[in-house]
Design a protein around this ligand. Structure first.
Ligand code: C5P
Length: 218
């Protein structure tokens, strides 16, 4: 028998990361932020001077990522890159390297290795469709592009970082289009996933909605 997986997929800034972490904590499960692996790959490529469309070079970096997750921090070798992987530049870079089939293949086994008892909550774009097709519960978490851009805007302002609502909305829509239109593992709702639209929901309500689905499906 294998450990149960709760798959939470959705577009960028839909709140799936926060919701997934909270659901994992409530269930006492492990948590996988699969997007961070694509972000780490993009950062490693930028730092190594490897072009983001160099299929072979970027896949090699993805296969050997010296990444570790320690107490909520994300490390690349000994370097704390928790904030460095969240910049707009790396967000765009992640969605570029994520379109390369060789990169997705290189990260597949690493993602599946997170499946351990008592269970795993995994968030991303293809958790339900590709990485954990046998997930016990599948959720597609989304929100309108405007609501997502506004959340991201508030996060940046709260961190004292510069933010431009119009530019954020445009970046988000570009990334959504790239994620939805790529030929491998495009972002889409699986037939057996339950839709949660968080546009009108606060974080507690979104967590409660997902917990209700988990209880019903698994
Ligand atoms: O979820 P997050 O925004 O951190 O993901 C960053 C990028 O990584 C996404 O824009 C997407 O292109 C890619 N990604 C993916 N498959 C996943 C998770 C993320 O293609 N499972």
């Amino acid at each position: 028998i294998t450990a149960p997986v709760i798959a939470i997929d959705g577009p960028s800034a839909s709140g799936k990361g926060t919701v997934a972490e909270r659901v994992a904590a409530a269930l006492g499960y492990h948590y996988l932020d699969s997007g961070s692996l694509y972000r780490l790959t993009a950062l490693a490529a930028v730092r190594a001077g490897v072009a983001l469309d160099d299929e072979v070079g970027v896949a090699e970096l993805a296969a050997g990522l010296p990444a570790s997750f320690v107490g909520g921090r994300i490390l690349l070798s000994d370097d704390d890159v928790t904030d460095a992987i969240r910049t707009e530049e790396i967000s765009a870079g992640a969605s570029k390297v994520a379109a390369l089939p060789t990169v997705r293949a290189a990260l597949l086994a690493r993602q599946r290795a997170y499946r351990r008892f008592p269970g795993l909550v995994a968030d991303g774009r293809d958790m339900a469709s590709v990485v954990f097709p046998d997930a016990a519960a599948k959720v597609f978490l989304t929100a309108s592009a405007e609501a997502r851009a506004e959340r991201r805007y508030k996060q940046l302002i709260a961190k004292g970082m510069p933010a431009n609502m119009h530019a954020l909305l445009q970046d988000l829509q570009e990334r959504d289009a790239r994620d939805a239109q790529r030929s491998v593992a495009p972002l889409k709702q699986c037939d057996d996933a339950v839709l949660v639209d968080t546009t009108p929901l606060g974080i507690d309500e979104a967590v409660a909605a997902v917990m209700a689905i988990v209880k019903r499906q698994s």
